[in-house]
Design a protein around this ligand. Structure first.
Ligand code: AMP
Length: 284
């Protein structure tokens, strides 16, 4: 594995890469079993002759909360080891100064799908994601890129970016990797206290219960209420949102509607200082 920190080194490492496919996996580090699944998928897609590029970059531009950025876990050496173990060929670990010009003035903003869910709650977040991913696409020029469905709205927005800006790149979505408890694995889970960890799986349990109620005939509004009430019983939490939307357009559902899928029941919940997101897809 070649480990590089500058754009120049990255270019040099890619010149010697062979094979038909070059597969990119962008991450923010503190890598875990979810990221490992993405990297393994990338290795499969690239084949033994292709090139897998992973980036580890804690992108300051996508953080809307200074405390979240300053406390975000960082484990560069462990990250490099995991990349090596998962068959990464080139690992790109730039500094913010390497990634961004101090007087940068370009914006890459998706204006429709970003209006719902996390986009509504985290101003500028998805524009920060689109900016860094578009820069990585330009630097790496991959044929394919792999993202997690855990960040469902992010993947949808990036698919829109690829379509609308004509990036000749195929995006692949990997299902959410969960702990046996059902908790979606996340770098931020590291920051949960022992007690919060015990309660955190209840978020996914509540969403699943809500989805089951919807499938059994409840309206969208009742489903949201069921999930809200369940989450409100989890000690030490504060709801950021519980919403049901069309999973392709992210349009909200009619309040009393019982529409056919594909739908998304999604929530963001604060466990103390840590904000966790999760969702259930309703496909029928
Ligand atoms: P992050 O480092 O959190 O920005 O995540 C980098 C990539 O890994 C994104 O495409 C995430 O959606 C994906 N990812 C993070 N956690 C998981 C998980 N538990 N299962 C699947 N993909 C994940």
């Amino acid at each position: 594995m070649r480990r590089v920190t500058t754009k120049r080194e990255l270019r040099a490492a890619l010149v010697s890469s062979k094979g038909e496919r070059r597969v990119l996996v962008p991450t923010m580090g503190a890598l875990h079993a979810g990221h490992a699944e993405l990297l393994r998928r990338a290795r499969d897609l690239a084949g033994k002759d292709g090139c897998v590029v992973a980036s580890v970059f804690l992108n300051p531009v996508q953080f809307d909360n200074e405390a979240d950025l300053s406390t975000y876990p960082r484990h560069q050496e462990d990250d490099a080891q995991l990349c090596e173990d998962c068959g990464v060929d080139v690992l790109f670990m730039p500094t913010p100064q390497e990634m961004y010009y101090a007087d940068r003035s370009m914006v890459v903003e998706e204006k429709l799908l970003s209006r719902a869910l996390c986009g509504a709650k985290r101003p500028g977040h998805f524009a920060g994601v689109c900016l860094v991913v578009s820069k990585l696409f330009n630097m790496v020029q991959p044929t394919d890129a792999v993202f997690g469905k855990k960040d469902f709205q992010q993947l949808a927005i990036l698919r829109r970016m690829v379509r609308d800006l004509d990036y000749p790149i195929t995006l692949h979505g990997v299902p959410t990797v969960r702990e046996p408890s059902g908790l979606a694995i996340s770098s931020r889970n590291e920051r949960l206290t022992g007690e919060q960890r015990v309660h955190a799986p209840k978020l996914y349990a509540a969403l699943k219960q809500g989805a089951a109620a919807y499938v059994a005939g409840e309206s969208a509004a009742n489903t949201v209420e069921i999930v809200t009430k369940l989450i409100e019983t989890i000690p030490g939490t504060r709801i950021d949102y519980v919403e049901m939307v069309q999973s392709e357009t992210f349009e909200p559902l009619e309040i009393d509607a019982h529409e056919e899928g594909p739908l998304l029941l999604a929530a963001a919940v604060w466990f103390g200082e840590i904000r966790l997101i999760d969702h259930v897809e309703i496909l029928r």
